[in-house]
Design a protein around this ligand. Structure first.
Ligand SMILES: Nc1nc2c(c(=O)[nH]1)N[C@H]1C(S)=C(S)[C@@H](COP(=O)(O)O)O[C@H]1N2
Ligand SMILES: [Mo]
Length: 239
Protein backbone atom coordinates (compact mmCIF):
# COMPACT_ATOMS: atom_id res chain seq x y z
CA UNK A 1 0.00 0.00 0.00
CA UNK A 2 1.13 3.51 -0.71
CA UNK A 3 1.97 5.61 2.30
CA UNK A 4 -0.43 8.46 2.98
CA UNK A 5 1.62 11.63 3.31
CA UNK A 6 1.24 14.08 6.17
CA UNK A 7 -0.81 17.19 5.44
CA UNK A 8 2.22 19.47 5.39
CA UNK A 9 4.22 17.19 3.12
CA UNK A 10 4.60 18.48 -0.43
CA UNK A 11 3.18 16.27 -3.19
CA UNK A 12 6.54 16.10 -4.93
CA UNK A 13 7.88 14.39 -1.81
CA UNK A 14 5.15 11.76 -1.98
CA UNK A 15 6.24 8.25 -2.95
CA UNK A 16 5.10 6.85 -6.28
CA UNK A 17 1.63 5.53 -5.58
CA UNK A 18 0.77 2.05 -6.75
CA UNK A 19 -2.44 3.44 -8.09
CA UNK A 20 -0.88 6.49 -9.68
CA UNK A 21 -3.38 8.26 -11.87
CA UNK A 22 -2.34 10.34 -14.84
CA UNK A 23 -4.82 12.71 -16.33
CA UNK A 24 -4.17 15.33 -18.91
CA UNK A 25 -6.89 17.91 -18.69
CA UNK A 26 -7.84 20.35 -21.36
CA UNK A 27 -10.74 22.67 -22.09
CA UNK A 28 -12.07 22.96 -25.61
CA UNK A 29 -10.03 25.13 -27.94
CA UNK A 30 -7.88 26.57 -25.15
CA UNK A 31 -6.13 23.28 -24.57
CA UNK A 32 -3.92 23.10 -21.57
CA UNK A 33 -1.30 20.45 -22.10
CA UNK A 34 0.79 20.25 -19.02
CA UNK A 35 4.53 20.36 -19.26
CA UNK A 36 6.63 17.34 -18.45
CA UNK A 37 7.40 18.32 -14.82
CA UNK A 38 3.72 18.68 -13.93
CA UNK A 39 2.88 15.47 -15.80
CA UNK A 40 5.65 13.72 -13.87
CA UNK A 41 4.44 15.08 -10.56
CA UNK A 42 0.85 14.10 -11.32
CA UNK A 43 1.86 10.65 -12.43
CA UNK A 44 3.25 10.18 -8.93
CA UNK A 45 0.02 11.24 -7.24
CA UNK A 46 -2.11 8.39 -6.03
CA UNK A 47 -5.85 8.95 -5.60
CA UNK A 48 -5.62 9.60 -1.85
CA UNK A 49 -3.17 12.41 -2.57
CA UNK A 50 -5.41 14.38 -4.90
CA UNK A 51 -6.40 16.70 -2.08
CA UNK A 52 -2.76 17.73 -1.99
CA UNK A 53 -2.52 19.02 -5.56
CA UNK A 54 -0.48 22.19 -5.67
CA UNK A 55 -2.56 25.30 -6.28
CA UNK A 56 -1.30 25.85 -9.84
CA UNK A 57 -2.37 22.39 -10.91
CA UNK A 58 -5.72 22.64 -9.19
CA UNK A 59 -6.62 25.77 -11.15
CA UNK A 60 -5.62 24.07 -14.41
CA UNK A 61 -8.82 21.99 -14.11
CA UNK A 62 -11.81 23.37 -15.99
CA UNK A 63 -14.25 25.32 -13.85
CA UNK A 64 -16.91 23.01 -12.48
CA UNK A 65 -19.89 24.52 -14.35
CA UNK A 66 -20.78 21.18 -15.94
CA UNK A 67 -18.97 19.04 -13.41
CA UNK A 68 -17.03 17.29 -16.16
CA UNK A 69 -13.27 17.13 -16.37
CA UNK A 70 -12.03 16.21 -19.79
CA UNK A 71 -9.47 13.43 -19.82
CA UNK A 72 -7.14 12.42 -22.59
CA UNK A 73 -3.90 10.41 -22.48
CA UNK A 74 -2.36 11.67 -25.73
CA UNK A 75 -3.78 14.99 -26.96
CA UNK A 76 -4.85 16.40 -29.33
CA UNK A 77 -8.23 14.67 -29.20
CA UNK A 78 -8.96 12.44 -32.19
CA UNK A 79 -11.06 13.81 -35.03
CA UNK A 80 -13.26 11.78 -37.39
CA UNK A 81 -14.86 12.15 -40.78
CA UNK A 82 -18.62 11.53 -40.36
CA UNK A 83 -18.82 10.06 -43.87
CA UNK A 84 -15.90 7.64 -43.90
CA UNK A 85 -15.86 6.80 -40.16
CA UNK A 86 -16.56 3.13 -39.34
CA UNK A 87 -16.85 1.16 -36.12
CA UNK A 88 -15.26 -2.25 -36.59
CA UNK A 89 -16.50 -5.29 -34.64
CA UNK A 90 -14.21 -8.30 -34.95
CA UNK A 91 -12.36 -11.05 -33.07
CA UNK A 92 -14.22 -14.18 -31.93
CA UNK A 93 -17.33 -13.53 -33.99
CA UNK A 94 -19.26 -15.38 -36.66
CA UNK A 95 -19.17 -12.38 -39.00
CA UNK A 96 -17.01 -9.27 -38.52
CA UNK A 97 -18.96 -6.03 -38.97
CA UNK A 98 -18.29 -2.47 -39.97
CA UNK A 99 -20.81 0.20 -38.94
CA UNK A 100 -21.10 3.74 -40.22
CA UNK A 101 -22.65 6.34 -37.92
CA UNK A 102 -25.79 6.05 -39.97
CA UNK A 103 -25.81 2.25 -39.49
CA UNK A 104 -25.45 2.72 -35.71
CA UNK A 105 -28.34 5.19 -35.62
CA UNK A 106 -30.48 2.69 -37.51
CA UNK A 107 -30.07 0.14 -34.69
CA UNK A 108 -32.60 0.22 -31.82
CA UNK A 109 -32.06 3.47 -29.92
CA UNK A 110 -31.63 3.27 -26.13
CA UNK A 111 -31.83 6.22 -23.74
CA UNK A 112 -31.02 6.57 -20.08
CA UNK A 113 -30.20 9.02 -17.33
CA UNK A 114 -27.34 7.87 -15.13
CA UNK A 115 -24.71 9.25 -12.77
CA UNK A 116 -21.05 9.34 -13.79
CA UNK A 117 -18.22 8.72 -11.30
CA UNK A 118 -14.49 9.13 -11.87
CA UNK A 119 -12.29 7.09 -9.57
CA UNK A 120 -10.44 10.28 -8.57
CA UNK A 121 -13.52 11.51 -6.74
CA UNK A 122 -15.57 13.74 -9.04
CA UNK A 123 -19.06 12.87 -10.24
CA UNK A 124 -21.66 14.21 -12.64
CA UNK A 125 -25.22 13.35 -11.63
CA UNK A 126 -28.06 12.75 -14.07
CA UNK A 127 -26.29 12.52 -17.42
CA UNK A 128 -28.72 11.86 -20.30
CA UNK A 129 -27.27 9.37 -22.80
CA UNK A 130 -28.57 7.93 -26.06
CA UNK A 131 -26.98 5.11 -28.00
CA UNK A 132 -27.05 1.39 -28.62
CA UNK A 133 -27.24 -1.55 -26.18
CA UNK A 134 -24.63 -4.23 -26.70
CA UNK A 135 -27.15 -6.99 -27.37
CA UNK A 136 -28.32 -4.99 -30.39
CA UNK A 137 -24.82 -3.93 -31.41
CA UNK A 138 -23.41 -7.47 -31.36
CA UNK A 139 -26.36 -9.26 -32.91
CA UNK A 140 -25.09 -9.28 -36.50
CA UNK A 141 -21.50 -10.11 -35.47
CA UNK A 142 -22.64 -13.18 -33.48
CA UNK A 143 -19.97 -13.66 -30.79
CA UNK A 144 -18.71 -17.27 -30.72
CA UNK A 145 -19.29 -19.38 -27.56
CA UNK A 146 -15.65 -18.91 -26.47
CA UNK A 147 -15.95 -15.12 -26.90
CA UNK A 148 -16.64 -13.93 -23.36
CA UNK A 149 -15.19 -10.41 -23.28
CA UNK A 150 -15.05 -7.18 -25.28
CA UNK A 151 -11.95 -5.07 -25.88
CA UNK A 152 -12.68 -1.43 -26.67
CA UNK A 153 -10.01 0.27 -28.77
CA UNK A 154 -9.90 4.07 -28.83
CA UNK A 155 -8.81 6.17 -31.78
CA UNK A 156 -6.70 7.81 -29.09
CA UNK A 157 -3.78 5.42 -28.86
CA UNK A 158 -2.85 3.66 -26.68
CA UNK A 159 -6.15 3.84 -24.76
CA UNK A 160 -8.11 0.59 -24.56
CA UNK A 161 -10.36 -0.96 -21.95
CA UNK A 162 -12.35 -4.16 -21.62
CA UNK A 163 -15.48 -5.67 -20.09
CA UNK A 164 -16.80 -9.19 -19.82
CA UNK A 165 -19.67 -9.82 -22.21
CA UNK A 166 -21.89 -10.31 -19.19
CA UNK A 167 -20.98 -6.84 -17.85
CA UNK A 168 -21.61 -5.30 -21.25
CA UNK A 169 -25.10 -6.83 -21.20
CA UNK A 170 -26.09 -4.91 -18.04
CA UNK A 171 -29.26 -2.94 -18.67
CA UNK A 172 -27.51 0.44 -18.26
CA UNK A 173 -24.38 -0.25 -20.32
CA UNK A 174 -24.33 1.25 -23.81
CA UNK A 175 -22.27 2.57 -26.67
CA UNK A 176 -23.41 6.22 -26.62
CA UNK A 177 -23.59 8.65 -29.53
CA UNK A 178 -25.50 11.44 -27.74
CA UNK A 179 -25.01 13.19 -24.43
CA UNK A 180 -27.60 15.53 -22.92
CA UNK A 181 -29.62 15.68 -26.12
CA UNK A 182 -26.76 16.47 -28.53
CA UNK A 183 -24.30 14.44 -30.57
CA UNK A 184 -21.34 13.54 -28.41
CA UNK A 185 -18.82 16.38 -28.52
CA UNK A 186 -15.24 15.85 -29.59
CA UNK A 187 -13.84 16.20 -26.05
CA UNK A 188 -16.37 13.70 -24.67
CA UNK A 189 -15.42 11.04 -27.24
CA UNK A 190 -17.16 11.71 -30.58
CA UNK A 191 -18.59 9.94 -32.35
CA UNK A 192 -19.08 7.09 -29.82
CA UNK A 193 -17.99 6.23 -26.29
CA UNK A 194 -18.69 3.45 -23.84
CA UNK A 195 -21.05 4.25 -20.95
CA UNK A 196 -20.90 1.94 -17.92
CA UNK A 197 -22.52 3.78 -14.98
CA UNK A 198 -21.97 1.00 -12.43
CA UNK A 199 -18.21 1.25 -12.91
CA UNK A 200 -15.73 4.12 -12.59
CA UNK A 201 -15.21 6.43 -15.55
CA UNK A 202 -11.97 4.90 -16.80
CA UNK A 203 -14.00 1.93 -18.08
CA UNK A 204 -15.76 4.37 -20.41
CA UNK A 205 -13.46 4.38 -23.41
CA UNK A 206 -13.93 7.53 -25.52
CA UNK A 207 -13.44 7.74 -29.32
CA UNK A 208 -14.17 4.00 -29.69
CA UNK A 209 -13.22 2.83 -33.18
CA UNK A 210 -13.02 -0.92 -32.73
CA UNK A 211 -14.57 -3.58 -30.50
CA UNK A 212 -12.84 -6.94 -30.48
CA UNK A 213 -14.48 -10.03 -28.98
CA UNK A 214 -11.89 -11.94 -26.92
CA UNK A 215 -11.81 -15.01 -24.69
CA UNK A 216 -11.19 -12.97 -21.55
CA UNK A 217 -10.79 -9.28 -20.69
CA UNK A 218 -7.57 -7.72 -21.98
CA UNK A 219 -6.02 -5.38 -19.36
CA UNK A 220 -6.63 -1.81 -20.52
CA UNK A 221 -4.66 1.43 -20.21
CA UNK A 222 -5.51 1.93 -16.53
CA UNK A 223 -5.48 -1.75 -15.58
CA UNK A 224 -1.88 -1.86 -16.84
CA UNK A 225 -1.29 0.91 -14.29
CA UNK A 226 -2.73 -1.11 -11.38
CA UNK A 227 -6.36 -0.03 -11.46
CA UNK A 228 -8.91 -2.81 -10.98
CA UNK A 229 -10.29 -4.72 -13.98
CA UNK A 230 -13.72 -4.74 -12.36
CA UNK A 231 -14.23 -1.10 -11.43
CA UNK A 232 -17.55 -1.29 -9.56
CA UNK A 233 -18.42 2.09 -8.07
CA UNK A 234 -17.97 1.99 -4.30
CA UNK A 235 -16.43 -1.50 -4.24
CA UNK A 236 -13.17 -1.45 -6.17
CA UNK A 237 -9.88 0.44 -6.28
CA UNK A 238 -9.66 0.53 -2.50
CA UNK A 239 -13.15 1.94 -1.91
N1 LIG B 1 -9.71 7.54 -24.94
C1 LIG B 1 -9.86 7.87 -23.65
N2 LIG B 1 -10.98 7.51 -23.01
C2 LIG B 1 -11.15 7.85 -21.69
C3 LIG B 1 -10.13 8.51 -20.97
C4 LIG B 1 -8.96 8.89 -21.69
O1 LIG B 1 -8.03 9.53 -21.17
N3 LIG B 1 -8.87 8.56 -23.04
N4 LIG B 1 -10.27 8.79 -19.64
C5 LIG B 1 -11.27 7.99 -18.91
C6 LIG B 1 -11.56 8.52 -17.59
S1 LIG B 1 -10.46 8.17 -16.35
C7 LIG B 1 -12.71 9.19 -17.31
S2 LIG B 1 -13.12 9.64 -15.74
C8 LIG B 1 -13.64 9.55 -18.38
C9 LIG B 1 -13.83 11.06 -18.38
O2 LIG B 1 -14.77 11.42 -19.35
P1 LIG B 1 -14.78 12.89 -19.95
O3 LIG B 1 -13.39 13.17 -20.46
O4 LIG B 1 -15.83 12.88 -20.99
O5 LIG B 1 -15.10 13.81 -18.81
O6 LIG B 1 -13.18 9.15 -19.66
C10 LIG B 1 -12.57 7.89 -19.70
N5 LIG B 1 -12.30 7.51 -21.07
MO1 LIG C 1 -11.46 8.80 -14.35
Amino acid sequence: MARVPERNESPSAAPIGRRAFIGIVATGATSVVWGAPVYEALSQLARPFLGLLPQGVRTAFPSPDTGWRIYSVSPPYPTFDPVSWRLRIDGLVGAAQSYSLRDLRALPRAEQVSDFHCVTGWSVPGVHWAGVRFADLLKAARPLPQGRALNFVSAEEPYTDSLTLRQAMLSDAMLAYEMDGKPLTREHGAPVRLVMPQMYGYKGTKWVRRITVTERPVPGFWEQRNYDQDAWVGRSNGY
